[in-house]
Design a protein around this ligand. Structure first.
Ligand code: LHQ
Length: 237
């Protein structure tokens, strides 16, 4: 697949996927959702890829759904169907990709862009990055998995606060709240991302993938089931 809205490259075991519609702060149109989903699939299948980095071109990570694209539609557009056929596929593909995905959050991650950031496994934020549940400003509820992911990551009180206020959460608070793993000054950001990507790409890829699967599965399990599942997966590892 030739990509027009994202950049995709591989080097030294790391695939780098760059959302590339900088004039909109990398807002998702249908094509970008579908190309990003395809690129994650490709990275998952490619045995030479052992770590994936997701970032944004220009000053934003992603501003979420391209609102201009949605507003101009007169084709019986349903948000529910748009989510089911677009973002749900992307988010599920990211979760089922059994390789660590680093979210290199270079700037604002708003709306569905924040959902995509949270579907990454390890988040490195530039000091300039912000996280924003923009939905309530346009009368919507958080989507793209945010209602599932965010309370698990930072607890209900803070997650609901983010939804109600729709304010930009600075990177420093995101770190304090456990929304990101690392914050780096802008000048050191690229090197920091590179450092972690190299470390993960040189690690136990199969075990990293199985750990991701086991941790996600544990969300739906009681302790007995989780212990049994660990034993089963450990045999595979
Ligand atoms: C944009 C966008 C954008 C298009 C900035 N679209 N152009 C799912 C299914 C279906 C429907 C609805 O939603 C969803 C899920 C969602 O994601 S809902 C949430 C959608 N996102 C938003 O509501 C965020 C809207 N954007 C903003 O609030 C601001 O742009 C943020 C806070 C992200 C950044 O603010 P600034 O740094 O001040 O930048 P800016 O506002 O000046 O934006 C820069 C340019 O990007 C500007 O274009 P222009 O031609 O004037 O330079 C914006 O129009 C464009 N842009 N977000 N989502």
């Amino acid at each position: 697949m030739d990509y027009q809205t994202i950049l995709y490259s591989t080097e030294n075991g790391t695939a780098t996927l760059t959302l590339s519609r900088p004039q909109t702060l990398n807002a998702f149109n249908d094509q970008m959702i579908s190309e990003a989903t395809d690129a994650f699939k490709q990275a998952d299948r490619d045995a030479s890829v052992r770590c994936i980095t997701l970032t944004g071109a220009g000053r934003g990570f992603s501003s979420g759904q391209d609102l201009a694209d949605t507003q101009n539609r007169d084709d019986g557009f349903s948000i529910g169907e748009h989510l089911r056929h677009g973002y749900h596929r992307l988010i599920k593909q990211m979760i089922k990709t059994e390789k660590p995905i680093i979210g290199a959050i270079n700037g604002v991650a708003a709306g569905a862009g924040c959902g995509v950031a949270l579907a990454c496994d390890f988040r490195i934020a530039s000091e300039k990055a912000t996280f924003m549940l923009a939905f309530s400003k346009i009368g919507l509820i958080p989507d793209s998995g945010l209602n599932w992911m965010l309370p698990r990551l930072i607890g209900y009180a803070r997650a609901y606060q983010m939804a109600l206020t729709a304010e930009k959460l600075p990177a420093s608070t995101a770190l304090e709240w456990g929304l990101v793993n690392v914050v780096a000054p802008e000048v050191e950001f690229a090197a920091e991302v590179q450092k972690w990507a190299t470390q993960f790409a040189n690690g136990a890829t199969r075990a990293f993938g199985l750990t991701k699967r086991s941790m996600y599965r544990s969300f739906d399990m009681d302790l007995d089931e989780a212990l049994e599942y660990e034993a089963h997966i450990q045999d595979i590892a």
